[in-house]
Ligand binder design. Structure first.
Ligand code: NAD
Length: 431
């Protein structure tokens, strides 16, 4: 074992010491020891932070909670454009309760209420977590970033594409540029099954390799290798294109600089909420996802649910989706982070589907909510929305094998949890 003196931070490094030709066994590397020394004195695991943009939103808030449960310190950036400040208190409350019951201490949770594109505010924040080794690349106490902040409404993206390209794409380019300057190069990106475009309708199983950003050699089910070329097929709306573009940008970044580790998570359809009912899907403005609209019907705010597209080629005519419980989805981020930080990824840019692998129709979901809540949900057939597809279900095998992650919760669990959310928030008595 090395003597403590060898790690003494006070021994100055000779700026121009000749590079030794001795083997490492006979002479320890001064440069290496000096840096290790710095890290040992300035950095402990308790002192690691995960930066979560959009951390007060639907998926971000659930992920922040799961991170805190898994003992990560969390820094949230959110501009409240689609969330409310009090979500922060509820995350804090749930994390405190969890750790109190376990007799463990609660990691720290901090909120920075600004646009993630505000580079001055971002720099000031990152400066606080900067570690300053005397040589080499910059280091940070921020061990990883999970980037949720984005606009996400498909229909709005068709009407206002520039709003989507500005926030989702331009924002990302500047963001990763700044992170890189501070030596923060572990990045988890919220992508979407929409990157599969019309392939979702084509009957082929939705595997990650259907949408790649560099040529990849893939072994087919027949055992024969084939090369898949980068590109996308029939992405049906600007929102989906922003996600594809961000993926491509991140793939290029990872290729250009092997210090980056980038995990792209392609979500299918997140639903449900934390079983406590304290966190939920509570967007500002007019909701576009299925369950928030169902909730509005259940609470009397809307007269009926419009089921967009009842003439798809499915058993009941409504669209089929892979509905994944948001807590399972949140835990997928913890699995991705662990795999990234433990060096377990096959490449420094890797895409993963996060879904259950099982499809349910829109009608099935509505009927399940009705059964669980014992409340009738008025619904009516409406035409297909522009940009929709009829079938979209994940093949989640890569996540199972490489992230060691699997969903645990069912559609019924999600419905029960949403009813809890309605009870806790007092919405269920509004009817
Ligand atoms: N919910 C879904 O069905 C779904 C499916 C696939 C992918 N995604 C992606 O997952 C991510 C999170 O989705 P969500 O459902 O939680 O959405 P959400 O709108 O509930 O959460 C996004 C959060 O980001 C914040 N935000 C947006 N732009 C910001 C900015 N410029 N600066 C700071 N904060 C900003 C919002 O206030 C909100 O709190 C998004 O990137 C979305 O595209 C969502």
């Amino acid at each position: 074992m090395d003597s403590p003196e060898q790690f003494d931070d006070s021994s100055p490094l000779e700026p121009h010491s000749p590079i030794s030709t001795d083997t490492p066994a006979t002479q320890p590397s001064v440069l290496f020891d000096d840096n290790l020394n710095y890290l040992l004195h300035n950095f402990s695991l308790d002192d690691q932070y995960i930066l979560v943009t959009g951390g007060l939103g639907f998926i971000g808030s659930h992920t922040a909670l799961e991170l805190l449960k898994a003992n990560y310190n969390v820094i949230v950036i959110d501009d409240f454009s689609n969330s409310y400040r009090d979500v922060f208190d509820r995350i804090q409350l749930l994390a405190s309760k969890y750790h109190e019951e376990k007799g463990t201490s609660v990691p720290s949770l901090q909120l920075h209420g600004h646009d993630y594109r505000d580079t001055n505010a971002l720099r000031a924040l990152l400066e606080q977590y900067r570690l300053a080794p005397r040589w080499g690349s910059p280091k940070s106490k921020i061990a990883g970033v999970i980037h949720f902040a984005a606009h996400k409404a498909v229909e709005e993206s068709i009407r206002e594409p520039l709003k989507y390209y500005a926030n989702n794409v331009s924002g990302l380019v500047n963001f990763v540029g700044t992170l890189g300057e501070f030596g923060i190069k572990t990045f988890i990106f919220s992508s979407s099954a929409t990157v599969y475009g019309t392939l979702a309708n084509s009957g082929v199983p939705l595997k990650e390799e259907l949408c790649v950003h560099r040529p990849e050699v893939i072994k087919g089910d027949d055992g024969i290798d084939r090369i898949v070329q980068p590109g996308c097929t029939g992405i049906t709306n600007p929102y989906g294109r922003t996600k594809w573009m961000c993926e491509a940008i991140l793939a290029d970044l990872a290729f250009s600089d092997p210090e980056w580790t980038i995990v792209v998570l392609r979500y299918f359809n997140p639903i449900g909420c934390d079983p406590s009912g304290l966190l939920g899907e509570d967007p500002r403005g007019i909701p576009t996802n299925l369950l928030p609209v169902v909730v509005k019907v259940m609470t009397g705010q809307y007269d009926e649910l419009k089921m967009f597209g009842t003439d798809w080629d499915t058993e009941d005519g409504t669209a089929i989706r892979d509905f994944i419980h948001v807590t399972d989805l949140a835990r997928g981020h913890i699995a991705a982070l662990s795999a990234a930080n433990e060096g377990k990824l096959r490449e420094n840019f890797r895409t993963f589907n996060l879904g259950t692998g099982q499809g349910h129709s829109v009608l099935e979901v509505v009927n399940s909510m009705e059964a669980v809540s014992s409340k009738p949900i008025a619904r009516t057939a409406a035409g297909r929305r522009p940009g929709d597809v009829g079938y979209c279900v994940a093949v989640p095998l890569r996540s199972h094998e490489e992230l060691k992650w699997k969903t645990e919760k069912t559609l019924m669990d999600a419905c029960v949890d949403i009813c809890n959310f309605l009870d806790v928030s007092g919405l269920s008595s509004q009817q």
